[in-house]
Ligand binder design. Structure first.
Ligand SMILES: Nc1ncnc2c1ncn2[C@@H]1O[C@H](COP(=O)(O)OP(=O)(O)OP(=O)(O)O)[C@@H](O)[C@H]1O
Ligand SMILES: [Mg+2]
Length: 237
């Protein structure tokens, strides 16, 4: 389990997050939504060890990770797919997977690759294709496979459906759901596409201006007349 406890953080002197607390449990999709600039990506970067933390602590399975550098946090089982693309476009799918697996013991590598590809069977056809030639959805699948090869406990995804067609977005979110339900990971999902994300989510947090404005079940937030209208672009039902 991952817990962010009363964390204030930002970039140098620029404070973005103000006293934020969240919990992400294994087998659950924890959804983080909020307007542009509200600090969603900053929260994921903070958990990954990429910002300045002024106060508060972050724990992963009881271990304090908030004073560790990013590479050490990753070694404790945290995978982070940033909002910008995290694949090597000029390399093939197979080469991307090998890059991701360079710290994985040899005897475990092929098993990890098979497990990742079982979630994305269509990628097997493209093992020798340059990732730059794949569709946006396929590139997202490569990025997720790369994260899974390292066998994380927690996976954080920053807007994995950005630039995807509605149909592909739904497919990607179904896979995100199965990362929690089938593989048992704790998933933290940041999404602009609030409705679709909340539909597959368990717990939800709304960030506004770097502060937590709501926490509860995903369903509760989805059905919250006031908040969904104000911040999620959803019409009151
Ligand atoms: N590297 C950085 N250095 C300085 N300020 C930054 C940096 N990254 C983000 N910010 C600022 O922090 C604030 C929160 O940005 P953040 O990217 O966390 O928002 P967000 O909720 O992810 O927005 P979006 O929905 O547009 O992705 C913004 O005011 C932004 O300008
Ligand atoms: Mg963002």
């Amino acid at each position: 389990m991952l817990s962010v406890e009363n964390v204030s953080a930002g970039y140098g002197k620029l404070q973005v997050l103000n006293d934020v607390s969240i919990v992400a449990r294994e087998k659950e999709v924890t959804v983080i939504v909020g307007p542009n600039g509200s600090g969603k990506s900053t929260l994921l970067k903070t958990i990954s060890g990429l910002t300045t933390i002024y106060s508060g602590v972050i724990r992963l399975d009881g271990v304090i990770i908030s004073r560790m550098p990013a590479h050490q946090v990753a070694r404790h089982g945290l995978a982070y797919l940033p909002q910008t693309e995290s694949v090597f476009s000029h390399l093939t799918v197979a080469e991307n997977l090998r890059m991701a697996g360079y710290t994985v013991p040899k005897e475990l590598y092929s098993e990890r690759v098979s497990r990742a590809l079982s979630l994305f069977p269509q990628l097997t056809e493209y093992m020798n294709t340059k990732v730059g030639n794949l569709s946006g959805g396929e590139r997202q699948m490569v990025a997720m496979s790369m994260a899974l090869i390292r066998n994380p406990k927690v996976i954080m995804l920053d807007e994995p459906t950005a630039n995807l067609s509605p149909k592909l977005a739904t497919a990607v979110l179904q896979i995100v759901r199965s990362l929690a339900s089938d593989l048992g990971l704790a998933v933290i999902l940041v999404e602009q596409n609030a409705k679709k994300a909340l539909e597959i989510g368990d717990r939800a947090y709304l960030l506004v201006g770097g502060q937590k404005a709501f926490e509860g079940s995903a369903k509760e937030l989805l059905n919250h007349r006031e908040l969904s209208r104000l911040y999620l672009g959803l019409k009151a039902v």
